[in-house]
Design a binder for this molecule. Structure first.
Ligand code: NDP
Length: 282
């Protein structure tokens, strides 16, 4: 079987078109959705992600403000900048680009952002609401993955989902969102005793590990849906996912490519959350 490619770029384009219309409607009501992004230091990957967010947000008509500070910026200074945006009605979303330098506590920063402007969906209050299945800002990458899965038309209810990776920003929340969709979810991580025994049972396999070509075809069930979250820069300069794409696509029924799969949806869901926040502000 050769898998159907799940085209994240195309799905993102459609959704961005809808969002642009919603932004126009909001502007007619006197509200321009605003997103403030705070970047500390010069990590090349972070710079590139922020550039991508700016380009996409502005194309949808969202006001985008980037505050870029030196790596020596203190935690206290950063918290003060967050407070200013918490109190600024022109901005409906605040995002602090992760990772942060070691001297700044990620958790303190996440918890300082008002839950009402937490468009990354990382604040404990919003994480709790997600867990309870309440309406809230959903974390962008996991929410984007659910949108991509919906696009395949596959009924998620009752499916065996295996998530490899248990980070707070991808692995844990994507499993939770799919549990909310009535899937049966298994989490695997670096201490999992027999990874392949789990991955081979997956109807839907989600891989968020951060190791290039980590999952091979012989670890995938015939006809599985494979979602590759990984973004790894190879020595050649090319990007690779966490799944060995060329062999996996001969085993899967659907698969996301890297690049062009999950990545474009992450940025799109950030815009979705910003627009949602702007609507709430009316
Ligand atoms: P983290 O490094 O936070 O988490 C990696 C996870 O992989 C951990 O839970 C770890 O387990 C697990 N892991 C590591 N080694 C193994 C192993 N040998 N077997 C099984 N599990 C293992 O990464 P993130 O979740 O932040 O990101 C994962 C990947 O997704 C990265 O490549 C990142 O760049 C990419 N990414 C892509 C996004 C997009 O928009 N496309 C957005 C966010 C991330 P343990 O907990 O036991 O250490």
């Amino acid at each position: 079987m050769t898998a159907t490619i799940i085209d994240g770029k195309e799905t993102a384009k459609e959704k961005r078109g809808q969002l642009a219309k919603e932004v126009e409607e909001l502007k007619k009501q006197g509200v321009t959705p605003g997103l403030a992004v705070i970047l500390i230091g010069d990590d090349p990957a972070s710079l590139s992600y922020v550039r991508g967010k700016k380009k996409a947000a502005e194309a949808m008509g969202i006001r985008f403000q980037l505050d870029h500070f030196d790596a020596s910026f203190s935690e206290q200074e950063l918290l003060e900048v967050i407070d200013q945006y918490n109190n600024n009605d022109d901005f409906h979303g605040i995002l602090v680009q992760l990772p942060l330098p070691d001297h700044i506590s990620e958790q303190a920063v996440i918890e300082r952002i008002s839950p009402d402007k937490d468009v990354d969906g990382f604040h404990p209050l919003n994480v709790g609401k997600m867990l309870l299945g309440e309406d809230t800002f959903l974390p962008c990458t996991p929410a984007g993955i659910v949108e991509l899965l919906r696009k395949t038309g596959i009924d998620l209810s009752g499916k065996e989902v295996v998530v490899v990776g248990r980070s707070n920003i991808v692995g844990k929340p994507v499993g939770q969102l799919l549990l909310n969709e009535n899937a049966t979810v298994t989490y695997c991580h670096s201490r999992t005793a027999d990874l392949t025994a789990h991955t081979k049972k997956a109807d839907i396999l989600i891989v968020a590990v951060g190791k290039a070509n980590f999952i091979k075809a012989d670890q995938i069930k015939d006809g599985a849906v494979v979602i590759d979250v990984g973004v790894n820069r190879l020595e050649t300069g090319k990007l690779a996912g966490d799944v060995a794409f060329d062999e996996a696509k001969e085993k899967a029924s659907y698969i996301t490519p890297v690049p062009g799969g999950v990545g474009p949806m992450t940025i799109t869901m950030l815009a979705h959350n910003t627009v949602k926040s702007a609507k709430r502000s009316i």
